[in-house]
Design a protein around this ligand. Sequence first.
Ligand SMILES: *Cc1c(COP(=O)(O)O)cnc(C)c1O
Length: 396
Amino acid sequence: MSKDTLMSTYGRLPVTFVRGEGAWLWDTEGQKYLDAFSGVAVCNLGHAHPVVSQAICDQAQQLVHTSNWYGIANQKKLADELIRLSGMDNAFFCNSGAEANETAIKIARLYGHKKKINDPVIIVTENSFHGRTLATLSATGNRKVQAGFEPLVKGFIRVPFNDLDALNTLAENNKNIIAILVEPVQGEGGINIPDEDYLSAVRKLCDQNEWLMMLDEVQTGMCRTGKWFAFQHDDYKPDVMPLAKALANGVPIGACLARGVAADILQPGNHGSTYGGNPLATSAAIATIQVMEENKLADKALALGQKMLGAFHTALDNEPHVKEIRGKGLMLAIELDCPCFELVAKALEQKLLINVTAERVIRLLPPLTISDSEADMIIDQVVSLIKNYLSDIAPA
Ligand SMILES: *Cc1c(COP(=O)(O)O)cnc(C)c1O
């Protein structure tokens, strides 16, 4: 690998992929791998999905980029689709999850200033992840992401995730709060699923205090958890919803959806993006949505996720070092009571792509299109990897 010409921002695994199809990838040696990670919940339709690839080819031959100074038909169409599916009011398009969150943060601050709050504060949570730009790493609840980049962006106040008392205390004591930014399920933080009533209680608190509820669905959105968007498991809507990752199945795009008062905050000159929502990226997103809808992938993710979760429980519940098995749709986690980063390399040797996050959480984010037999292969391989690993570190 050309280590010298690439900044060493990633501890890369020793493999390079050249081709993909569905849940499968092939490396430079022609070896085949089963993908249970989807490029971090991006390729929800699997690799090189023919409908998306065709849309990209067709659009590339017609028009790749113009500018947001002109109308972009695909962008309007994509906004209409996202609004129809989410019940939000409008959308701003950018190129990544961090930018989608930056948009949310800017909406919140402008909203605060409109309410004559000169030092607006946004509530964020511990173990959250919102991106790598300065504002979004400041919002992120992980010291590793922030260390060395101080001074951090001000205007964030942190509370434990899933802690309503902490929010109630802030509501009573801090009049500068204008919004909360929270993931419906914390992804990078370890697939942390809040109590069933947490998010609807956050919604109520936001209503009572005129805070914007900003739900970072960058990882959970686009059918991953078994609904189009994770909030749809419950009976509420956020005011602001950043999206990215799976939105165009791998073509870079981000979006910030807004509703009600939040939808009218940004005005000409407030915000922008040169590439944001260009004809190429939006054509891929439209095709992605079409495939998800035609194949009812939200329902499929819900059912298959439940099945996989059940299989992991059956196989691993009696393992003493398995702390918890949890998931929502096809966002699955097996938490051990010990660090297990090594499992990623061990899985790779067996031609399986998995992820470990938060040090001890095995995170599985397979394509939503996987077949039952592919799901079984993932289950069998992951179970035996974990059993072997645990017997190695803690011989009976
Ligand atoms: C991945 C992720 C981001 C950052 O997205 P980028 O496209 O890498 O900027 C933000 N929020 C959440 C919840 C994510 O999972």
